[in-house]
Design a protein around this ligand. Structure first.
Ligand code: HEC
Length: 99
């Protein structure tokens, strides 16, 4: 009887670990890397709601991000800028207006 209880609790622990795995890896994983990059860079000086509530096309976002890069040289790399422009096209008001 006691052996059964032990065996069941081991099975339950393994099942719990398996069930937790996607939750833990999503939290620390790379599936939302562009979003986290955007938040870390674009909320450093003002709310990230400012760009999110705006509607711009690709050129517009490229110009805005370039301007923000110049405000703190070295903080937003060229690679970051490209990822952030794509993120904004997909997540700002631009996405809802189909620009
Ligand atoms: C080093 C500080 C700093 C960082 C980092 C920064 N901003 Fe700004 N941002 C400002 C300041 C200061 C203003 C006020 C208006 C101005 O000076 O152009 C502003 C204004 C804005 C505006 C409104 C004005 C406009 O030109 O449309 C937008 C949109 C914006 N920022 C987007 C972003 C985005 C997107 C990022 C991330 C790539 C970002 N900001 C990162 C300092 C920053």
């Amino acid at each position: 009887m006691e052996e059964d209880t032990k065996r069941i609790s081991i099975v339950v622990m393994i099942a719990a670990a398996v069930a937790m795995f996607p939750i833990l890896t999503r939290a620390g994983g790379s599936s939302d890397a562009p979003g986290r990059l955007f938040h870390s860079k674009c909320s450093a000086c003002h709310s990230d709601q400012i760009p999110l509530n705006m509607e711009k096309d690709r050129r517009g976002w490229e110009e805005t991000v370039k301007l923000m890069q110049q405000k703190r040289p070295g903080f937003i790399s060229e690679r970051d800028a490209k990822i952030i422009v794509n993120y904004l096209l997909a997540h700002s008001q631009s996405a809802f207006k189909g620009k």
